[in-house]
Ligand binder design. Structure first.
Ligand SMILES: *[C@@H]1O[C@H](CO)[C@@H](O)[C@H](O)[C@H]1NC(C)=O
Ligand SMILES: *[C@@H]1O[C@H](CO)[C@@H](O)[C@H](O)[C@H]1NC(C)=O
Ligand SMILES: *[C@@H]1O[C@H](CO)[C@@H](O)[C@H](O)[C@H]1NC(C)=O
Ligand SMILES: *[C@@H]1O[C@H](CO)[C@@H](O)[C@H](O)[C@H]1NC(C)=O
Ligand SMILES: *[C@@H]1O[C@H](CO)[C@@H](O)[C@H](O)[C@H]1NC(C)=O
Length: 314
């Protein structure tokens, strides 16, 4: 959370696709047509193409998705200040083209004992039946980081304006041995070949960063996998880790343009002193229980395939 996110919204358009369309003649979409990209000369530091809220602090992008023909972007936002602080919310904006954005009401803000101090980063997973669900880190009344669910109030609403927090939150609390302030940023879940959902959560023990793996059959009851999906000493707290397929031949997965062939990748962003600023979410297809190649890198290190290339066998 230490560093503001600068993210390339253009990236998202290649990551998601969903063929559905919305009726642009509806009154709530009229705003889009009058929303032109322009540079305001009295505000030389405002971005033009890159997403920026009307005012105040933002950091991590959360759960970008395409739903019923509209791009949705949620992000960490402080409604009270130009600096990071207590009471962070999930702000919510939508776009047809990833350049012009309409800002909606906040999707999540602190209201319950399980998120009363802040609604921190998380993800959206599209469950079967095209049902998006948010999994996010709440800072609870004891300053503990817990993982909570929220569902759209009305799935027919392409804007997904209102989100309902799950009554049985939190669904995941820090396991024994993990400090309550080192347990956050659940990824988008992916389905394993065994039919279970998998999610990783960023953590660290004594400066050893790690991605703790959880599994669930119903998205509500989560069990910790016996060992972290991956960990690496002296990397600090892993914030916004991710795990997704990387293309081998540019057909299925994100093309990282690296020379070696990699199946999946974990990206640490904002970790330690902001070693990387990459944060993206895609929907992994492959199971971790197959043999997978894992790869991590910090942008303060020189890229070295031999030192960062690991093999996971489970
Ligand atoms: C440009 O920025 C100034 C200063 O914040 C503001 O008063 C004005 O309304 C802006 N103009 C437009 C067209 O947004
Ligand atoms: C905070 O901790 C106290 C004491 O352990 C406990 O009774 C209470 O339920 C906790 N609050 C939350 C929101 O978990
Ligand atoms: C759900 O959203 C649709 C589309 O915007 C709208 O027509 C309908 O009235 C909404 N339902 C409720 C219960 O608000
Ligand atoms: C939660 O899942 C675990 C592992 O699959 C299972 O053993 C346990 O009975 C489940 N608990 C509930 C309340 O469904
Ligand atoms: C990727 O392309 C190379 C070169 O055409 C080929 O040798 C390799 O088998 C392909 N790998 C996969 C997984 O398709």
């Amino acid at each position: 959370m230490e560093i503001p996110a600068i993210f390339l919204v253009g990236l998202f358009c290649v990551l998601f696709n969903d063929g559905t369309e919305v009726d642009a003649s509806q009154p709530e979409f009229q705003n889009f047509q009058s929303c032109n990209l322009m540079v305001n000369e009295s505000q030389p530091y405002r971005t033009s193409y890159h997403f920026q809220p009307p005012k105040n602090w933002l950091n991590d992008p959360n759960g970008p998705m395409l739903y019923k023909g509209l791009y949705h972007l949620f992000y960490q936002y402080n409604p009270n200040s130009a600096l990071f602080g207590d009471g962070m919310v999930w702000a919510h904006s939508v776009s047809y083209d990833l350049i012009n954005w309409v800002h909606l009401n906040h999707a999540l803000h602190p209201t319950e004992p399980f998120d009363i101090k802040s609604c921190w980063s998380g993800s959206v997973t599209i469950l079967p039946g095209n049902k998006p669900v948010i999994l996010y880190t709440g800072i609870d009344a004891n300053n503990t980081q817990v993982q909570n669910l929220a569902m759209p109030k009305n799935l027919s609403d392409p804007l997904l304006k209102e989100w309902i927090k799950f009554s049985q939150n939190p669904v995941i609390t820090p396991p024994i041995g993990i400090e309550g302030d080192h347990f956050r940023d659940p990824t988008t879940a992916w389905l394993g070949a065994d039919g279970k959902w998998n999610v990783i959560i960023g953590s660290s023990i004594n400066d050893q960063g790690m991605a703790i793996l959880y599994q669930s059959e119903d998205f509500v009851n989560w069990s910790r996998y016996q060992e972290p999906l991956y960990s690496k000493e002296k990397t600090g707290m892993w914030e916004c880790p991710d795990f997704f397929p990387v293309s081998v031949n540019s057909t299925n997965g994100v093309d990282t343009s690296v020379i070696i062939q990699i199946d999946h990748s974990i990206i640490e962003s904002f970790g330690g002193e902001g070693r990387t600023c990459i944060s993206s979410r895609v929907y992994p297809q492959l199971a971790v229980h197959k043999e997978a190649h894992l790869y991590t890198t910090l942008n303060q290190e020189k890229f070295s395939p031999t030192s960062v290339y690991h093999r996971l066998k489970t």
